[in-house]
Design a protein around this ligand. Structure first.
Ligand SMILES: Cc1ncc(COP(=O)(O)O)c(C=O)c1O
Length: 441
């Protein structure tokens, strides 16, 4: 049983004194984990991580979905290390930039041109800018059921945490529902006269597209001259090495990629039709678009990591992809069987797409229950398993999965007893996790 977090607690305090939120990513913050949890990680290998107290965990977070092959995956480390010795950033592009761009446009069917950067937000924000410049229109229609597209104002202004953003910004973004084409059609009809620049959505996030939804979105966009942007920062390379757009067979005008593309190393991509992308280039006489320009966008070692990751993902009939989907399905099925056998299937279940499943917790009234969720994570940690959602990787081994399945059974048993005795809150040490998008702490 893992219960010693002495060194983590010291660093927890130091980090929260020095870093707003105690972490450089909100979803890694203290408000996202139980108090009885590791704060600081020392190293990772495969699907295992070790904290500053020497505790070992099976990691189901995998760098916020960015680490697809596994931590410190040897073939990636090898190419990165080699490139580091050649220097990483120069006065003009490295030859690797065009090499990886060529590989990328071969990999992603909708990509006629591509521009690399470091963060997904850079890519999505640039896609929005390009769509606005191309259409000369302002409004953005974004999917309401998907939690995050960018740290930039165009998106954050449409969340609970819009402090510090001019109020005029949020008027430019409207919402529609996933798998509900009538909600998109209604918004198009309502705002068409105001000028809609683009529709942005993840091709799939928490559920798969039903009844030709994505194709219907494509058709609406084509009909009304709206740019269709697929945010594939999470789905690209994880759902399929050629993107979720390939899996579901729908071609966007622009798409954005990032996580999983370089097995955790920092790279993102904006890709799409030449006609649009070239507006940020030098071969036209129209008004120019300041598209994407980052000091580190062409860093050679991260491009090499992306190149190698793409090569590995294409091997053996997409073996990596098949594996992560099967691991996710196995754990999800096990969880739901345990919940059923313990009689708490109304209080908790695992849902979602097999390569990216998530946990659901409900109170007696059927409302989302964050106390129950936090208690579950607290108990899993005791058994050496660290979860938020479930992010399968190619490195999750049979023993990692068996340890996780056992931890699930024991943790759900604790939840069952707590529910029966009506003392869920008493079992939880510290506070329940909170949503990232909230106005006040
Ligand atoms: C769907 C989606 N788009 C964009 C982003 C932004 O990516 P980044 O954190 O690399 O800027 C994220 C990050 O979680 C995301 O999940």
């Amino acid at each position: 049983m893992i219960t010693n977090f002495t060194n983590s607690n010291i660093l927890r305090k130091k980090a929260s004194d020095l870093i707003p939120g105690g972490a450089h990513t909100y979803s890694k913050g203290d408000d996202q984990f139980p108090l009885l949890s590791p704060h600081s990680i020392v190293k990772g290998k495969g699907a295992r991580i070790w904290d500053v107290d020497g505790n070992e965990f099976v990691d189901w977070g995998m760098g916020l979905t960015s680490v697809l092959l596994g931590h410190a995956y040897e073939p990636i480390i090898e190419v990165i290390t080699k490139e580091l010795c050649n220097g990483v950033n120069f006065i003009r592009p490295s030859f690797i930039e065009a090499e990886v761009a060529e590989q990328f446009v071969e990999q992603i069917d909708s990509a006629e041109m591509v521009k690399f950067a470091k963060n997904g937000s850079n890519a999505t924000t640039s896609a929005i800018k390009l769509a606005r410049a191309y259409t000369g229109k302002n409004l953005i229609l974004r999917c309401a059921d998907q939690p995050f597209f960018s740290i930039d104002d165009w998106f954050i202004s449409d969340t609970e945490v819009d402090n510090g953003i001019p109020k005029t910004t949020s008027g430019h973004i409207k919402q529609f529902r996933y798998n509900d084409i009538s909600s998109l059609r209604a918004q198009i009809a309502r705002y068409k006269e105001d000028g809609i620049a683009c529709v942005i959505l993840e091709p799939a996030a928490t559920e798969e597209p039903r009844d030709g939804f994505l194709q219907a979105v494509r058709d609406e966009c084509t009909k009304h001259n709206i740019i269709l942007i697929f945010d594939e920062v999470v789905s690209g390379f994880r759902f399929h090495p050629k993107g979720a757009q390939f899996l579901y067979n729908v071609i966007p005008d622009l798409s954005t990629f990032g996580k999983s593309m370089a097995n955790g190393f920092s790279i993102s991509a904006l890709a799409g039709k030449k006609e649009l992308m070239e507006l940020g280039g030098l071969k036209h006489d129209k008004e120019r678009v300041f598209l994407l320009s980052t000091t580190y966008g062409g860093e050679t070692h991260h491009l090499r990591a992306a190149q190698k990751t793409m090569q590995i993902l294409n091997l053996n009939d997409y073996e990596v992809t098949q594996y992560i989907w099967s691991v996710g399905k196995r754990v999800k099925d096990h969880y739901n069987q345990c919940a059923k056998s313990l009689g708490i299937e109304k209080q908790t279940s695992m849902a979602g797409i097999d390569c990216r499943p998530f946990f659901l917790f409900f109170n007696e009234k059927g409302e989302p229950d964050t106390v129950l969720r936090t208690l579950f994570v607290q108990e899993m940690i005791k058994y050496g398993v660290l979860v938020q959602g479930l992010v399968p990787s190619f490195s999750h081994t049979e023993s990692d999965i068996i340890q996780t399945e056992e931890a699930i059974y024991h943790s759900l048993k604790t939840l069952t007893q707590a529910i029966e005795k009506k003392n869920v809150s008493n079992q939880l040490v510290g506070e329940a996790v909170k949503p990232v998008f909230r106005r006040y702490n």
